[in-house]
Design a protein around this ligand. Structure first.
Ligand code: R5P
Length: 286
């Protein structure tokens, strides 16, 4: 549903499934109308809905999942290639909502299983610390390594912060490339400071900056600045989840980069790496 219709059609073809017909629209007063026209009796329903911009999606998604059950679907599996609300996973200040937990409770009550790609697990180390339903966590690092091997010569994989080392090291290993990680201090939503180790020795390489989420792009822009200052070539930017809030994409283009590449977990003009096969091969058919 929403911008995941292409993924739903791809999965349908790959799994030899049936694409359900449904009508989802807003009444003039912005309330939701929903009707599922296909028969779901005894069938497993796979709902594809990436959860970027989640607040406007969650209520229609709730209606859809509940309706699937009311129409006697045997199971409802949610495929959310991008899973939102993973970052506020503790109370930083008294009185704050720990939205990671609340959102996880909501989704756990809506569906029987969740499949997602590279969720931003930070202080929580596994999905079971948040979600009470089975969760399949997939990783885009293999797809990113293949993209790098196929398209970029002499790459140097760069992670913007120590947290990114987990996937940057895997990507580098599979692509047979060297890697390094920088140090990041986030001072506010739009204020990110990056400090770099000695990177000048890699002047002959093509820097490939890899991160899980590109949201405001401040992290990537700060990293690109260091790459330029060190005299390295313009970098290729690779992100798993192309959030690109506001003008972030245009601002990142202006930072002088060789290319901006993302996985299609969120539909965006920069999508060049397809995740449909990865998901299809991990769907458990009952
Ligand atoms: C942070 O821990 C993540 O891995 C990303 O580095 C971060 O979400 C990127 O955010 P932004 O694009 O707003 O700098």
């Amino acid at each position: 549903m929403f911008d995941s219709k292409k993924l739903a059609a791809q999965l349908c073809r790959m799994l030899n499934g049936e694409l359900a017909e449904f009508t989802l629209r807003q009444f003039p007063d912005q309330e939701t109308y929903l009707r599922i026209e296909s028969s779901l009796e005894g069938k497993e329903c796979i709902v594809a809905c990436s959860l970027n911009q989640p607040d406007s999606k969650i209520l229609p998604l709730f209606y859809l999942c509940r309706l699937c059950k009311q129409l006697n679907a045997s199971r409802v599996v949610l495929i959310a290639p991008y899973l939102s609300y993973m970052r506020q996973d503790i109370q930083f200040h008294p009185g704050e909502a720990v939205t990671s937990e609340l959102f996880a409770q909501l989704l756990s009550e809506m569906v029987d299983e969740l499949i997602t790609i590279d969720p931003h697990l930070h202080r929580k180390h596994s999905m079971s610390q948040l979600y009470s339903i089975p969760c399949i966590v997939l990783h885009a690092s293999g797809l990113i390594s293949t993209y790098i091997s196929d398209h970029i010569s002499n790459p140097l994989i760069v992670g913007p912060d120590s947290e990114s080392e987990q996937w940057v090291s895997q990507v580098a290993f599979s692509a047979g490339a060297p890697y390094l990680t920088l140090e990041k201090v986030r001072k506010g939503d739009m204020d990110v400071e990056i400090s770099a180790p000695e990177i000048a020795e890699y002047k002959g390489h093509t820097p490939v900056l890899v991160d899980d989420i590109i949201s405001t792009a401040r992290t990537m822009i700060g990293t690109v600045r260091h790459i330029h200052e060190a005299g390295l070539k313009p970098p290729v930017i690779i992100g798993v989840h192309a959030i690109f809030a506001g003008n972030a994409y245009q601002e990142l283009q202006q930072a002088i980069v060789a290319d901006i590449v993302t996985c299609d977990t969120i539909s965006h003009i920069s999508n060049k790496i397809s995740i449909a096969n990865l998901i299809a091969s991990n769907i458990r058919q009952e």
